[in-house]
Design a protein around this ligand. Structure first.
Ligand code: OFO
Length: 172
C-alpha cells in the first residue's frame, strides 16, 4: 500500500528515469553524428538500462495498488562540446539521480514504508555502479586528451558494451 505522498514521489522518479533514458538517447544520436559509434553504443545501452529503471518504478507503483501518472518528459539537450563534455554531463546527471534516490529512501524511512525502502535499495546499489562507470570513463578521457588514435581506441572499447537486462526487471 502506498501513501498519497509516496505515490506522487515514485511517479516523479518514474518521470526522472524516463528523462534519463531520453537524455542518453540524445547523447547516443550526437555521438553517432560526430563519428563515434562506440560512444553511441554505450549511450544506447544506457538508454535501455534507464528504460528498465523506469519500468521498475512503473511496476512497483502498480503492484502496491497505486496509480501510475505519466507526465511530460522534458526535452533533453542535443548539443555537446566534446566526448568529455558528454561524460561530465552524464556524471552530473547521475549525481542528481543519486540524490533523488537518497531523498526517496529518507521519505520511505520517515513514513515507515518498509516495502518502498527495500524496493529502493536496488537503486542505491545501482547508483554506485552508474557513478563508478562514469568516473572510470572520465579518467580514461583525461588520459586520451587530444590524441585522435587513442580516442578511437576508447571508442572501440565502448562499442563492446552489451545491454544485460537486470534480473527480473520485467516483473519487479
Ligand atoms: Fe542512470 O540510473 Fe536511472 O536514472
Amino acid at each position: 500500500m502506498l501513501s498519497e505522498k509516496m505515490e506522487e514521489a515514485l511517479n516523479k522518479q518514474l518521470n526522472n528515469e524516463l528523462y534519463s533514458a531520453y537524455l542518453y538517447l540524445s547523447m547516443s544520436a550526437y555521438s553517432t553524428y560526430i563519428g563515434l559509434k562506440g560512444f553511441a553504443n554505450w549511450f544506447m545501452v544506457q538508454y535501455q538500462e534507464e528504460t528498465v529503471h523506469a519500468l521498475k518504478f512503473y511496476n512497483y507503483i502498480l503492484d502496491q495498488g497505486g496509480r501510475v501518472k505519466l507526465m511530460a518528459i522534458a526535452q533533453p539537450m542535443a548539443e555537446f562540446k566534446s566526448p568529455m563534455d558528454l561524460f561530465e554531463k552524464t556524471l552530473q546527471h547521475e549525481k542528481f539521480i543519486t540524490k533523488c534516490i537518497n531523498d526517496l529512501v529518507d521519505h520511505a524511512i520517515a513514513e515507515k514504508d518498509h516495502a518502498a525502502n527495500i524496493f529502493l535499495q536496488w537503486f542505491v546499489t545501482e547508483q554506485i555502479e552508474e557513478e563508478g562507470n562514469d568516473n572510470e570513463i572520465i579518467a580514461k578521457l583525461k588520459l586520451v586528451g587530444e590524441d585522435g588514435p587513442a580516442l578511437l581506441m576508447l571508442d572501440k572499447e565502448l562499442a563492446s558494451r552489451v545491454f544485460k537486462p537486470p534480473a527480473a526487471a520485467s516483473e519487479d
